[in-house]
Write a protein that binds this ligand. Structure first.
Ligand SMILES: *Cc1c(COP(=O)(O)O)cnc(C)c1O
Length: 455
C-alpha cells in the first residue's frame, strides 16, 4: 500500500507549522478549570500570576482560539531540530510479519532526547518576554529539566531545577547535561524549602517523588522575586505547544497519502499524546474523520484505566491548584521496582475529558513487555527507545499482532517520544532478567483515592 513512499519522511523547513492548534476550541465539553484549593472556585488570571507567566496563563485559560501563532524566535529555535521525521517502520513490520503498516514520529533527535523541548522553548520565550529573571521546575527522569535548561540558556534566563533525589543520584550524567546548559540542580526533597523540610521530617530518608519536587519548585518560584514556575506536561498550554508534533505528522500524511486508522502514544501526563493526536482528534470531534486513539500507560501507574475522574492536587505537597483529571490520588507512588517512567499520578485534563467522553481508549501494559518491545524495536529500527516511548511501541506491536490474526491492513502511527541512553540502568535490569512486574491491588489504589480532596 505504501510501497512508493520514502522510509523516512522529512518535511521541508517551511512546512514546520507557524501556529499551534488548540484542540480545546473543538471540544464539545471543555476541560474543567483549575480550582483554588482554598475556596473551590476556578482560579482567575490574577490568582495564577504569582505562579505562571502571563502569556502562558492566557494560553492555559483559552478554550476558544483554534490557532495560536508561534512566535518567530520559537519558530527559529524549532529549526534546530525540526521538522522531525515520520518513519515507516518496515523492518519492524517484517519482523512481526503483520499486514499492518506502522509509522513512527520520532521526537528524540535533540540533546534533551525527547519532545519536551517543544514546550520548554515556548515557556522560556514567554518568561523572557515578560522580563523575568528565571524559572523553576521539577524533573524526574531528567528529560524535562534538560529541555528547560537548553531553552533557558538560549533565551538568557536562569533555571532552577528540583530533581527527584533518586534520579539525581542514579542519573549523574543527566545532571551534568543540565549544568552544562547553566541550570542549577537541587536534589528533592531539599532543606531549601518549607515543604521539602516538612516532607523530610515526615519521611526521613525518602528518595523523593515528582509530586514533592513540584511542591518545592512552586514554593521557590512564588517566594523568589522575578521567578515563575513552569511545568513540562499535564497543563493545557503544554498540550498546545506539543500540537506541533501532530500537525507535522498530519502534513506528512497528507503529502504522502497516508491514512492512519490508529494513533498510539504513551501517556505520563499526556503531553506528547495530546500533541500527536491534536489535529486528528480535531477532525474526529468535528465529524470529518474517524480514528482510533489509544493511550498506553504502565500497569504499575494506571491513571486512565484504574484512576478516578476527580479533582486532585498535581503534587504530593498539596501546594498546586486542583485539576480535574484521571488520578490515582496525589499520594500515590508507583512500586519500587517500577523502572519505565510515566510515573505521574494524574493526567492532562484535556485528555481526561476526551477519555471520559469516549473519544479515546487507554490500555495498561507491564514493564517487562514494554522492554521486550523496546528491544525488538532497537534491533529492527535501529533506535534505542526511551522506556516511556516503548509503552507506545508495545501498544503498536499489540495492535499490529491483532491485524496479523484478522488479516486487516490497518495503518498505525505511534509517537516515539525519545531515546533511552540515560535509562540504561533499566535496560540492565531487563537484560539481566532481574526486572519484575507489579500491578497495584485495589486496596492499594483505595489508599490513594481516600486522600482525594473533597470539592
Ligand atoms: C516526559 C516523557 C514522556 C511522558 O510525558 P507526557 O507528558 O505524557 O508526554 C514520554 N516520553 C518521554 C521520552 C518523556 O521524556
Amino acid at each position: 500500500m505504501y510501497d512508493k513512499i520514502p522510509y523516512k519522511i522529512y518535511l521541508e523547513e517551511n512546512e514546520i507549522p507557524s501556529a499551534w492548534y488548540n484542540l480545546r476550541a473543538d471540544m464539545p465539553v471543555k476541560p474543567a478549570p483549575l480550582l483554588d484549593p482554598a475556596t473551590g472556585k476556578p482560579l482567575t488570571f490574577e490568582q495564577m500570576q504569582p505562579i505562571f507567566c502571563d502569556e502562558l496563563i492566557r494560553q492555559e485559560l483559552d478554550n476558544d482560539t483554534p490557532y495560536i501563532d508561534i512566535p518567530g524566535e520559537v519558530q527559529d529555535f524549532y529549526k534546530m531540530y525540526r521538522p522531525s521525521p515520520l518513519t515507516h517502520a518496515v523492518f519492524l513490520e517484517k519482523a512481526l510479519d503483520t499486514p499492518a503498516h506502522i509509522f513512527y514520529k520520532f521526537e528524540g533527535n535533540n540533546t534533551s532526547g525527547s519532545h519536551k523541548l517543544n514546550s520548554a522553548i515556548a515557556q522560556a520565550y514567554y518568561a523572557k518576554k515578560q522580563g523575568l529573571k528565571g524559572v523553576t521546575t521539577e524533573t524526574g527522569a531528567g528529560q524535562w529539566g534538560t529541555a528547560l535548561s537548553m531553552s533557558c540558556s538560549f533565551m538568557g534566563l536562569d533555571c532552577k531545577v528540583f530533581m527527584v533525589k533518586v534520579s539525581y543520584e542514579q542519573k549523574p550524567f543527566r545532571r551534568e547535561v543540565m549544568r552544562t546548559y547553566g541550570a542549577s540542580i537541587t536534589p528533592s526533597p531539599s532543606e531549601t524549602t518549607e515543604v521539602g523540610r516538612r516532607i523530610l521530617a515526615e519521611h526521613p530518608g525518602t528518595t523523593g517523588s515528582l509530586g514533592c519536587a513540584i511542591s518545592e519548585a512552586v514554593e521557590t518560584a512564588v517566594g523568589t522575586e522575578g521567578y515563575r514556575y513552569v511545568l513540562g506536561s499535564v497543563l493545557n498550554q503544554v498540550l498546545l505547544h506539543q500540537s506541533i508534533i501532530g500537525m507535522e505528522a498530519k502534513t506528512a500524511c497528507e503529502k504522502y497519502d497516508i491514512h492512519p486508522d490508529i494513533i498510539i502514544g504513551c501517556a505520563g501526563g499526556g503531553s506528547n499524546l495530546g500533541g500527536l493526536i491534536s489535529p486528528f482528534m480535531g477532525e474526529k470531534l468535528r465529524g470529518e474523520a474517524d480514528y482510533e486513539i489509544i493511550a498506553v500507560e504502565p500497569a504499575s501507574c494506571p491513571s486512565f484505566t484504574r484512576g478516578k475522574f476527580a479533582y486532585d492536587f498535581c503534587d504530593t505537597g498539596k501546594v498546586t491548584p486542583l485539576a480535574k483529571m484521571y488520578t490515582l490520588g496525589c499520594d500515590f507512588i508507583p512500586s519500587a521496582n517500577h523502572a519505565g517512567g510515566l510515573r505521574f499520578h494524574g493526567m492532562s485534563p484535556v485528555l481526561s475529558q476526551l477519555y471520559h467522553d469516549g473519544y479515546m481508549k487507554a490500555v495498561a501494559v507491564e514493564q517487562t513487555g514494554v522492554f521486550e518491545a523496546a528491544e525488538l524495536f532497537a534491533r529492527t529500527e535501529g533506535i534505542l527507545p526511551a522506556p516511556e516511548s516503548s509503552h507506545a511501541i508495545r501498544g503498536a506491536i499489540d495492535e499490529a499482532l491483532k491485524c496479523k490474526e484478522t488479516g486487516e491492513e490497518k495503518t498505525i502511527i505511534l509517537g516515539l517520544t525519545g531515546t533511552g541512553y540515560f535509562d540504561l540502568a533499566a535496560y540492565a535490569q531487563f537484560n539481566d532478567r532481574t526486572m519484575s512486574d507489579y500491578i497495584p491491588t485495589d486496596e492499594e489504589l483505595e489508599k490513594g483515592f481516600a486522600g482525594l480532596p473533597k470539592v
